[in-house]
Design a protein around this ligand. Structure first.
Ligand SMILES: [Mg+2]
Length: 371
């Protein structure tokens, strides 16, 4: 069954009032992403989403559309929808980098394969290893009153695990996490994510100061690019797991992190890794190195979120029970682009059961949010 046409749909979806994501990379107030429809000769349509973020991965929606039009579509059109590995290789041969654009095509191929066979994507990935996915909510690096108010809102709604963004001003970072720990009490697991905003010395001092705050993990304390320095930080973390996120985009990145013993946990997700298959390669590499994986996020909409759910559902090494997943993007946006909303939170993400990714685009919403 051949692919006849690659359609790109740039969309603009604002973040809900009060829920923008402030991190060491800046403030994420709205999402300009690219949705992909792969059309086939049989009429089946596969859905993908490129969750592009200029400050995160260097891709934006205009560039992404151009990359898909000029480099990716020419190798996809005419291919059989089941030739996923051939297409992946052809995309990498056509243009370097651009993982989020490639991921949009790749997840649409999984969606098509599932629809063609009449099974959900998690079945194609080997079947469910968990019935639903534990998730957490994330609090931006805001001043203490706003951060505490958000934490209270989440905890009151039944959210059992929190992640707090840090990595801007060290004193404010400490006060924010301390205030949220005091609000939450001792039994709520809390992790922090510096998004590479500290240097090694700051990370060392912060880990000492935060020791009493009983952190579940410390994500990306220092910038990517120096795994030996990250290993140094890890050696001083007093047993708190260090998670590599920005340090592990590619398989080679993950190998470097593992070889240098720079992290305990590697954050994966289809967009960052360039597709579901690429994320699985990272997972297997991590497994061979004795590491576990975590499902990270850069605030996806419903299509990419569904891809994350299927991957987490089928992959035991993505340790969602120990490190609840960042499967949360749609909860932060004013609206989603899919017809039937995903069931997310406060404790679990439910696994879609319809064939493919199990989501359908909402044409009325598309008309309103198309860029
Ligand atoms: Mg992160």
């Amino acid at each position: 069954m051949r692919i006849t046409h690659v359609e790109t749909i740039p969309v603009h979806v604002p973040i809900r009032a009060g829920m923008t994501m402030k991190t060491a990379h800046g403030e994420h107030v709205d999402s300009e992403y690219v949705l992909v429809r792969l059309h086939t000769e049989s009429g089946l349509v596969g859905l993908g989403e490129a969750t592009v973020g200029p400050r995160w991965n260097g891709e934006n929606f205009r560039g992404c559309e151009a990359v898909i039009r000029d480099f990716l579509a020419p190798v996809v059109v005419g291919a059989d929808l089941f030739q996923r590995n051939t297409i992946r290789r052809a995309m990498d041969d056509a243009i370097k980098l651009h993982p989020f654009a490639k991921s949009a095509i790749e997840m649409a191929l999984w969606d098509l394969a599932g629809k063609a066979l009449g099974v959900p994507v998690y079945q194609l990935l080997g079947g469910k290893v968990r019935e639903r996915i534990p998730i957490k909510m994330v609090i931006g690096a805001f001043p203490v009153p706003k951060a505490v108010a958000l934490a209270k809102q989440f905890l009151d709604s039944g959210v059992p695990v929190l992640k707090v963004k840090v990595g801007l001003d060290p004193e404010m970072d400490y006060q924010r996490v301390k205030a949220i720990r005091e609000l939450a009490g001792p039994n709520v697991p809390i992790g922090v994510d510096a998004n590479g905003g500290w240097d090694v010395g700051t990370a060392r001092r912060m880990m000492e100061r935060m020791q009493a705050l009983d952190l579940l993990f410390i994500e990306q304390p220092i910038p990517p690019g120096d795994p030996a320095a990250l290993a140094q930080v890890r050696a001083l973390s007093r047993g708190v797991p260090i998670m590599a996120d920005e340090s592990a985009f590619t398989l080679t990145d993950a190998w470097t992190v593992a070889r240098q013993h720079a992290a305990d946990v590697i954050a994966v997700y289809p967009g960052k890794n360039g597709g579901i298959s690429n994320a699985l390669e990272v997972v297997n590499l991590a497994k061979s190195a004795g590491l576990v994986c975590h499902m990270g996020s850069n605030l996806e909409l419903g299509i990419a979120t569904a891809a994350m759910i299927h991957l987490a559902a089928a992959t035991p090494e993505i340790a969602c029970e120990r490190f609840p997943a960042d499967i949360l993007g749609p909860l932060y946006h004013e609206f989603d682009v899919i017809r039937e909303p995903l069931q997310l939170g406060p404790v679990f993400a439910e696994i879609p059961q319809a064939p493919g990714l199990g989501v359908e685009l909402d044409e009325a919403i598309l008309a309103k949010c198309r860029c």
